[in-house]
Design a protein around this ligand. Structure first.
Ligand code: BDR
Ligand code: CA
Length: 315
């Protein structure tokens, strides 16, 4: 089994990813660390704590960053994920959960050091907590097993973003943090829109999941109503892309994906802020901004039929 810390901004597809990780026997979910993004940090953490209680998840919950490192906050994406992050579903007012007392970045540092070379960090929100952990303890870079990110877009066909023409939401929310994470000397695999938009949960698929997957299926059905309305009205699709669960699928079965290697950087300012770029050759240029960067893996495609099957069977 792989021990994972799942860094997340719950979030409808985040919840879909959390339940996928919890349900799969090859994954030991050590913790959910939360970050601002789809919802405020308070709502995101409350959503994580609620999932822990409802689905008897043993993972710790540690609350993380409430805002990006440098840029001004973008704010929650209510139009996609609803007022508190889980669509029409709201955690009951009287629910009280108990997060770990440490901030997420400190939890990550402590846990990576306690289990050298065993922890896979999976991040499916803005990368602020991972960047803060690297800044406070750069030595963790050589102590993690692997880092898997849902974020970015490397578009062959000029598809580079979902919040701006050139930026995907997680990277756009904190481009400086993403650049720190991609430039660090640790093994990163980035599963961006090129891959996550190859798979769809159709309305029919979610109906079936409700039927087949007990309370997890019921919950995913409930929270996905709002998400499907957004996709239908704003994207023109009768289903939703499979963003965050694709990162979990990569951890379970990397063979489903095709990746390519090369240095990855992020545009941090200006109209293309949040844009991700990968350089494939190793040529030396006149400045070392690129040539000294570690080569990271970027997902370029996935066997989506197998991915959908894996998700359904796991749940
Ligand atoms: C990413 O942004 C968030 O809205 C989703 O949860 C996902 O992590 C997709 O761009
Ligand atoms: Ca997310």
């Amino acid at each position: 089994t792989k021990k994972i810390i799942l860094d997340t901004d719950p979030g409808i597809d985040d919840a879909m990813a959390i339940l996928f990780a919890e349900a799969h026997p090859d994954i030991e979910l050590v913790a959910l660390t939360t970050v601002f993004g789809n919802a405020t940090i308070e709502n995101g953490t409350r959503n994580a704590l609620y999932l822990k209680e409802r689905f008897k998840i043993t993972a710790d919950i540690a609350q993380g960053a409430s805002q990006p490192l440098v840029r001004s906050p973008v704010g929650p994406t209510e139009v996609v994920h609803g007022l508190t992050g889980l669509g029409d579903f709201h955690v009951p007012d009287d629910f009280v959960g108990h997060p770990d007392p440490r901030p997420a970045y400190q939890y990550i540092i402590d846990t990576v050091k306690a289990h050298p070379h065993e922890i896979t960090l999976v991040a499916v929100g803005p990368l602020t907590n991972l960047a803060l952990a690297l800044q406070a303890a750069p030595e963790i870079a050589s102590l993690v097993a692997q880092v898997v990110i849902m974020g970015g877009a490397f578009g062959e066909n000029d598809h580079r973003g979902n919040v701006t023409p050139y930026a995907e939401a997680n990277i756009h929310d904190d481009p400086h943090a993403a650049d720190i994470v991609f430039c660090a000397p640790w093994p990163v695999t980035i599963i961006g829109l090129d891959v996550t938009e190859e798979s769809f949960f159709s309305a029919y698929y979610l109906d079936q999941l409700r039927h087949d997957a007990a309370d997890m299926g019921e919950f995913i059905f409930t929270i996905s109503r709002y998400y499907l309305r957004f996709y239908s009205q704003k994207v023109g699709l009768e289903g939703c892309h499979v963003h965050d669960p694709s990162a979990i699928a990569y951890v379970i079965d990397p063979e489903l994906f095709i990746t390519r290697k090369g240095a990855v950087r992020v545009v941090c300012e200006g109209p293309a802020s949040g844009m991700t770029m990968q350089k494939l050759d190793t040529k030396q240029y006149q400045t070392d901004e690129w040539s000294s960067m570690p080569a990271q893996e970027v997902g370029i495609s996935v066997d989506s039929a197998q991915l959908l099957d894996l998700y359904q069977k796991t749940l």
